[in-house]
Design a protein around this ligand. Structure first.
Ligand code: SF4
Length: 222
C-alpha cells in the first residue's frame, strides 16, 4: 500500500463506528478517584489555553494538576510566547496561580528538522502523529521521573486531532514507564467545545487560527 492509499484507508477508518469511548472511561476513572476521597496527581500537557481551559475544569475535582507547556512545534517564537503568556494569564486570573506551570525548553529549529521529512503531509496525518508522540513522550518521561500518578494531554480537546490516535499513543507510551499511568480522555465530548468557548469569551482568551508548526502556518496562508 502506498502512502496515499494508506492515508485514504486511515480516513475511512476514522468514520468507523467501532471506536473506544475514551470519554466514558475518563468519567469512570474520575468517579473512582472522587469516591476514594483522595486526589491523585496529574501532569497535564497543554498546547494552548483554548484547549486547556475546559480540561482544567474537568479534572480539577479529582486531581492535583500541574500543567506542562512543551511545544517546540510552535512557529514562530512570538506565537509560542503569546500562547504561553495567555496560558499564564488564565492560570493567574481563573486559578489564582493554584495550578503550577512547567515550561519545557523551546527549540523550534531542531523540532522542525524532525518534522521536515513529512512536510507535505495533510494535517492530521503522519507528521502530526509524530508530533503528538514526541511531545507526549517528553511529558510522560518528566511525569514518571517526578512521581506523578498520571499523565495526559489536552490535545484530545481539538476536533482537528484524532482522539483515538492520541489515546492509543498515550496507552502505548505508558508501557515505557514504570510508575505514571496514562489518563485516557476525549475532552471535546459532553459540550467541552461549548464550555471552552464560554471560558474563552469570559476571559477574552486568544484563539489562534493554525495548529502550530511552520507547515500548518503555511497551509493557513495558502
Ligand atoms: S499541524 Fe499541529 S500536530 Fe501537526 S505537525 Fe504541525 S504542529 Fe504538530
Amino acid at each position: 500500500m502506498n502512502d496515499q492509499e494508506e492515508y485514504l484507508e486511515y480516513l475511512r477508518s476514522r468514520k468507523s463506528s467501532f471506536k473506544r469511548n475514551y470519554h466514558k472511561e475518563s468519567l469512570k476513572e474520575i468517579a473512582r478517584i472522587t469516591e476514594s476521597g483522595k486526589k491523585e496527581t496529574i501532569l497535564l500537557h497543554a498546547c494552548c489555553v483554548v484547549c486547556a481551559c475546559w480540561p482544567l475544569e474537568f479534572l480539577h475535582d479529582a486531581f492535583d494538576i500541574t500543567v506542562m507547556y512543551n511545544n517546540s512545534n510552535i512557529y514562530p517564537s512570538e506565537e509560542y510566547e503569546h500562547r504561553l503568556a495567555e496560558l499564564k494569564r488564565y492560570l493567574k486570573e481563573r486559578w489564582k496561580d493554584e495550578i503550577p506551570l512547567i515550561e519545557m525548553p523551546y527549540d523550534n529549529v531542531s523540532y522542525t528538522e524532525k518534522l521536515a521529512p513529512r512536510a507535505d503531509d495533510p494535517e492530521g496525518w503522519k507528521r502530526c502523529f509524530f508530533c503528538y508522540e514526541e511531545r507526549m513522550r517528553e511529558g510522560f518521561a518528566y511525569a514518571d521521573a517526578n512521581g506523578f500518578d498520571w499523565f495526559t494531554t489536552v490535545m484530545t480537546f481539538s476536533r482537528q486531532k484524532d482522539s483515538q490516535k492520541l489515546n492509543a499513543i498515550g496507552l502505548a507510551l505508558q508501557k515505557e514507564f514504570s510508575h505514571t499511568k496514562y489518563f485516557v480522555s476525549d475532552f471535546k465530548k459532553d459540550s467541552g467545545q461549548l464550555r471552552s468557548n464560554q471560558i474563552c469569551d469570559e476571559y477574552c482568551l486568544y484563539k489562534q487560527d493554525y495548529c502550530g508548526c511552520v507547515y500548518s502556518l503555511r497551509n493557513k496562508d495558502q
